[in-house]
Design a protein around this ligand. Structure first.
Ligand SMILES: NC(=O)c1ccc[n+]([C@@H]2O[C@H](COP(=O)([O-])OP(=O)(O)OC[C@H]3O[C@@H](n4cnc5c(N)ncnc54)[C@H](O)[C@@H]3O)[C@@H](O)[C@H]2O)c1
Length: 341
């Protein structure tokens, strides 16, 4: 739809949406939008305290808005993407308490921070932005397979069953225009030889795309109805940039970032629109949704094309193999042999 806005989102009553990094920025606004449409939103947060605080803010804003249902269904849970143990516990908890996940939004991220490592010894930007979401998606895949998805929910309702299991779930992976600066170096994925914080961010966002497209190819090879869609928000004024500035230890950078965000950044509520579109609009699996408008700012979400490197199938396969080995997480489908060369 050319002029899509969040008002075009369907009724999400009866669906379950998982959002990582739900306590701030794009994840916060995405949570609010999904919940106001009636979805149960599982807020997967590194800090439960910050998640609860965000949930309270979302509930209070709904209660104060006569156009919103005041009873939003928000479920805050701990999920630290820098810990494979935390991801496993989160997924086990969800499997115990939910029978399906209709949409998984792989949204959380860190940008251009000084080199550090996750609990499992991966460089943090690669570990959180890519490997954490790879592991989370694999661990939630059975729940995604049993979902009706947004399009199937009305069918399930009219069949008076709780679930049709039509396999119509979606996985939405939040990348960035910065993927264009990313280069895969399979000899040093964890930046042990040398580290460039912006280069590492670019690579992690390229990895998001290689993963999202490879996931769709494997889903297709296994003939499953699940869709994997990538998106990016353009430039949105969030804590992402401010954290980068804070962690640089340079007060001038904090002032500069604040200014740049104020002048160029769009509201997080606008920046999240490609994610909302990817999750709910009529979009093919394997698509790349970006904000329309001049320099990807303040326009209606539209289907775009990421750079050529992101469609490199050999790199995607290599990354998948590495990610499987590094995380120990396998997906319940898709042998190597089932894929076209
Ligand atoms: N804001 C922008 O201009 C912009 C541009 C391009 C891409 N993005 C992408 O959008 C996504 C959301 O970023 P944002 O702009 O809302 O920034 P943000 O800093 O407000 O949100 C990032 C979220 O990720 C969470 N997070 C960080 N490390 C985590 C971990 N170990 N485990 C679980 N959660 C963790 C944070 O707690 C936070 O809630 C990121 O993937 C980012 O790369 C943002």
């Amino acid at each position: 739809m050319a002029d899509w806005t969040p008002a075009d989102m369907p009724d999400l009553e009866g669906t379950t949406v998982v959002v990582t990094g739900a306590n701030s920025g794009l994840g916060f606004e995405g949570t609010r939008a999904f919940a106001r449409r009636g979805a149960t939103v599982v807020m997967a947060c590194r800090s439960v305290d910050r998640g609860e605080h965000a949930a309270t803010e979302i509930r209070e804003s709904a209660a104060a808005d006569p156009d919103s249902d005041p009873d939003l269904d928000l479920d805050v849970r701990k999920c630290d993407l820098a810990s494979l143990d935390s991801i496993r516990s989160f997924a086990e908890g969800l499997s115990a308490d939910y029978d399906a996940v209709d949409v998984l939004c792989n949204n959380a991220g860190v940008m251009a921070i000084p080199r550090s490592e996750t609990e499992d010894g991966f460089e943090t930007q690669f570990g959180v932005n890519h490997l954490g979401h790879f592991a989370l998606t694999g661990r939630l895949f059975d729940l995604l397979l049993t979902a009706d998805g947004i399009d199937g929910k009305s069918a399930a309702r009219s069949a008076a069953s709780s679930r049709t299991g039509s396999g119509a779930a979606r996985i939405v992976t939040q990348s960035s225009g910065a993927h264009e600066q990313g280069e895969m170096d399979f000899a040093d994925l964890n930046w042990e030889e040398s580290y460039g914080k912006w280069k590492a961010y670019g690579r992690s966002k390229l990895a998001n795309l290689l993963f999202a497209y490879e996931l769709q190819r494997r889903i297709d090879a296994a003939d499953l109805g699940v869709r994997s869609v990538a998106c990016h928000p353009g430039y949105a004024d969030t804590d992402l940039q401010m954290r980068t500035a804070r962690e640089s230890g340079n007060p001038l950078m904090t002032v500069g970032m604040r200014l740049a965000n104020a002048v160029f950044g769009q509201d997080a509520a606008v920046g999240v629109e490609p994610m909302l579109y990817a999750a709910t609009a009529d979009v093919d699996g394997g698509a790349y949704v970006e904000p329309g408008g001049f320099m990807n700012m303040r326009g209606h979400p539209t289907i775009g094309r990421s750079n050529d490197a992101s469609y490199d199938r050999a790199d995607a396969r290599r990354l998948w193999e590495y990610s499987t080995e590094a995380t120990g997480v396998t997906f319940p489908f898709g042998s190597e042999e089932s894929l076209d060369p």
